[in-house]
Design a protein around this ligand. Structure first.
Ligand code: PEP
Ligand code: MN
Length: 294
């Protein structure tokens, strides 16, 4: 079994589990991504205003998020429609006020030093997964890199991009499944939960899920988040907005505060079940090794 995956993903060997490396833990402020604790990243699609960002940061922190997301540079529209450096400064203020770490997208090589100054994690968007010069420059910033899966990328291609970051001297890569494009159009993308399950078996890199971009509809987001927990994801990244109807981007898939609270509460029993499953597996392993010793 292991041989089969080694062969299939042979171009990204360092991303794969080995006797030497079972799990990469990415340190972010006082957090450890991939260290067993389920980490929630939440915030608006786009950084809009000081009020929007601060209200969201304070709210999601109280509900249990540990990292604030928010795009200061966005891939789809005119760059002038978004906040750029002003947005980064707002993120920095939100970080200071809330204590949350910051993840934000970087779209061009030239912006990397500036974004790395303000962000704790650099996000590479789906449209840039194979932009190798951008990946290399992001890797060299020294910041952890959240690598979204290209919307038409195979798992092997995704791992090859992760490998390029590792090869550039940065071990702190977080893989993010955000849905892929298939023939299905009911939702914005098709959430590939099996990719999460597979990567948790074969790769030592932390894997998180983005149920917001996968679903495209806010009412589907909590269900996909539950699936992510069951598939073994190390965390989720979710879009939250104080008033989704007025959001500058991705309002349809953004949770309002009440829906975010409900999702977080509803995830608890699933996380508890997962943790107790892990504990009982560990117990079984201990019993087995005692038996072996005895
Ligand atoms: C985003 O996180 O807002 C975003 C643009 O994501 P993706 O690159 O997955 O579309
Ligand atoms: Mn978005």
């Amino acid at each position: 079994m292991r041989e089969k995956w080694l062969e299939r993903f042979s171009e990204s060997l360092d991303c794969l589990k080995s006797a030497r490396r079972q799990q990469t833990i990415v340190p972010v402020l006082d957090l450890e991504i991939g260290g067993g604790e389920f980490v929630t990243m939440a915030g608006p699609c786009s950084v809009e205003t000081e009020f929007q960002l601060m209200a969201t940061a304070n709210h999601v922190r109280r509900a249990g998020a540990r990292i604030l997301r928010g795009g200061a540079f966005k891939p789809r529209s005119s760059p002038y429609a978004f906040q750029g450096l002003e947005g980064l400064k707002m993120l920095a203020r939100a970080r200071q006020e809330s204590g949350l770490a910051i993840v934000t997208e970087v779209m061009s090589e030239e912006d990397i030093p500036m974004v790395a100054e303000y962000a704790d994690i650099l996000q590479i968007g789906t449209r840039n997964m194979e932009n190798y010069t951008l990946l290399e420059a992001a890797a060299k910033s020294g910041r952890p890199v959240l690598l979204k899966r290209g919307m038409v990328a195979t798992i092997a291609e995704w791992l090859r991009s992760a490998q390029l970051i590792l090869d550039s001297g940065n071990p702190n890569v977080i893989l993010c499944e955000r849905g892929i494009r298939t023939f299905e159009t009911a939702m914005r993308n098709t959430f590939d939960a099996s990719a999460i399950a597979l990567l948790k078996q074969v790769s030592h890199l932390p894997v998180i899920a983005d149920p917001s971009h996968a679903a495209g509809h806010s009412d589907m987001v909590p269900a996909l988040a539950r699936i992510a927990v069951a598939a073994g994801a190390d965390g989720i990244i979710v879009e939250v907005h104080p008033n989704p109807a007025k959001a500058w981007s991705d309002g349809e898939q953004s949770l309002d505060f009440a829906a975010f609270d409900e999702m977080m509460t509803d995830l608890e029993p699933y996380l508890a079940m997962r943790n107790s499953g892990g504990a009982s597996r560990r117990k079984t392993a201990q019993v087995r090794s005692l038996v072996a010793v005895g």
